[in-house]
Design a protein around this ligand. Structure first.
Ligand code: NAD
Ligand code: UDX
Length: 459
């Protein structure tokens, strides 16, 4: 099928950047991104591209170039579905918070609603592409919904998981390691391969069956997260043995079988994907009775929770076992640098532990505002919204955030943190002045020369 119009349901961290790049590289295809969230669509349409709902390096420029030409954002979902030959489903698939599989399984209600919406309004043949990360065998459910409409519209279902990482989304999309397309219909697979083919070399476009494609996405995230938990486990051992985790990571990473990427010890991984997708993998394995498989992957999450907890425990015990009434400055709230996304950020959990000990938290993040910080904490429901508001303040400037603080905790690896005037920070802090570097980005000897009590991960 020749594709002239694409609709993407879900204007989020995946739908927005992915479709912007598809539109840029396919000027002859009209790409319409739809969403039920009116405020989000309005922000995507904001004339000032610095107000886009998602911050990603390079994104604003592409939106500026394509928006209104062949890239459109709208809440008119039915119209966009009707006119398009290809429809991407790129809605959220969060961990279930209720019922069977609560806290483990992926909540597929938004995906199902999309399938029903497509089934209801489609009058011409469609290729439906699963872009959301879905449990293996979800395509079966989508197929069943689409094929029971009573109409003679023909639907082909493809799985095309997205491997972009936030903060580098545009770079990842422009130059992907691979694009994965799973499907039954060869014609449908080739239609989608052609869309990517305008900029991705054909030998990097993998064609598989649907189930391999769905499972590859969960597996890729599980393997990536496993590397972080593995190096974080070793970081704790380093702290007891005078080994240095950076040196260990370098030494093992130079083995080409292991590779050097994704070996940065940290306060623990965050983000909307790793935890959710591993929990889902564990749930699926359990549902097939594969206890050992489930337990094996669950350990990645257990270790990650341990890493976050031991960071806050160490901070509290170093501050003479009490942080009550003390100002703790947290630098960074986003789950990684170069994004305004805070979902599952380790900072949220560390702050929550410290608030349980009645600390006063001062936050500075270059891309996250106070309301988002408070929303993240309120969502945990650990204490009242008023208590969070009393104990947590966000600043627009790192020097104000750290003024009179007992300790600075580095939560995100933003580049700008490395270039601060740390002498100035030291001078205005309470003494002894502590730094807990959760990202190992500062130089220990430099910090100690200034006078800081400096501690980091795995050293
Ligand atoms: P997101 O929450 O940022 O965006 C999802 C959007 O879908 C929201 O704006 C929501 O309003 C909209 N939506 C939900 N139901 C809808 C409906 N019925 N009709 C229209 N719009 C609807 O989510 P995201 O981060 O973009 O993730 C989307 C999917 O991609 C998830 O399955 C996720 O696991 C996967 N994924 C995410 C990343 C990432 O880095 N964020 C990377 C790879 C894959
Ligand atoms: C991840 C996958 O990388 C991506 O392929 C998938 O499509 C979505 O999930 P993302 O969550 O956006 O992407 O970012 P990623 O770079 O993977 O980082 C996830 C978390 O791990 C962050 O909190 C990051 O700080 C942490 N991390 C990463 C480490 O602690 N150490 C590392 O070495 C790498």
């Amino acid at each position: 099928m020749k594709i002239t119009k694409i609709c993407c349901i879900g204007a989020g961290y995946v739908g927005g950047p992915t479709m912007a790049v598809i539109a840029k590289k396919n000027p002859n295809i009209k790409v319409t991104i739809v969403d039920i969230n009116e405020a989000r669509i309005a922000a995507w349409n904001d004339e000032d591209v610095s107000n886009l709902p998602i911050y990603e390096p390079g994104l604003a420029e592409i939106v500026k170039e394509t928006r209104g030409k062949n890239l459109f954002f709208t809440t008119a979902i039915d119209e966009a579905i009707k006119e398009s030959e290809m429809i991407f489903i790129s809605v959220n698939t969060p961990t279930k918070t209720y019922g069977k599989g609560k806290g483990m399984a992926a909540d597929l209600k938004y995906v199902e609603l999309c399938a029903r919406n497509i089934a209801e309004v489609a009058t011409t043949d469609k290729i439906v592409v699963e872009k959301s990360t879905l449990p293996v065998r979800t395509a079966q459910a989508i197929k069943s919904i689409l094929h029971n409409t009573g109409s003679d519209v023909n639907f082909s279902i493809l799985s095309n998981p997205e491997f972009l990482a936030e903060g580098t989304a545009i770079e990842d999309l422009l130059n992907p390691d691979r694009v994965l397309i799973g499907g039954e219909s060869e014609a449908a697979i080739e239609s989608l391969a052609n869309v990517y083919g305008s900029w991705v070399p054909q030998d990097r476009i993998l064609r598989t069956n649907v189930w391999s494609s769905e499972l590859s996405k969960l597996t890729a995230n599980a393997f990536l997260a496993q590397r972080i938990s593995s190096i974080n486990a070793i970081s704790e051992l380093c702290e007891h043995t005078e080994a240095n985790v950076n040196e260990v990571a370098k030494a093992i990473g130079m083995d080409s079988r292991i590779g050097s990427k994704f070996l940065n010890a940290s306060i623990g991984f965050g983000g909307s994907c790793f935890q959710k997708d591993i929990l889902n993998l564990v749930y699926i394995a359990r549902s097939y009775g594969l206890t050992e498989v489930a337990d094996y992957w669950e350990q990645v999450i257990i270790l990650n929770d341990h890493q976050k907890r031991r960071f806050s425990d160490n901070l509290i015990s170093t501050l003479y076992n009490t942080v009550s009434g003390k100002k703790i400055a947290m630098l960074g709230w986003a789950f990684k640098k170069d994004t305004n996304d805070t979902r599952e950020s380790a900072a949220i959990y560390v702050a929550d532990h410290l608030l349980n000990e009645q600390a006063n938290i001062a936050v500075y993040d270059p891309k996250v505002n106070e309301q988002k910080v408070l929303n993240d904490l309120n969502y945990l429901n650990t204490r009242s919204e008023d208590e969070n508001k009393d104990l947590v303040t966000s600043f627009n400037n790192p020097y104000e955030a750290t003024k009179d603080a007992h300790a600075v905790a580095i939560m995100t690896e933003w580049d700008e943190f490395k270039t601060y005037d740390w002498q100035k920070v030291y001078d205005q802090m309470k003494k002894p002045a502590f730094i807990f570097d959760g990202r190992n980005i500062l130089d220990k000897s430099e910090m100690e020369a200034i006078g800081f009590e400096y501690s980091s991960i795995g050293k």
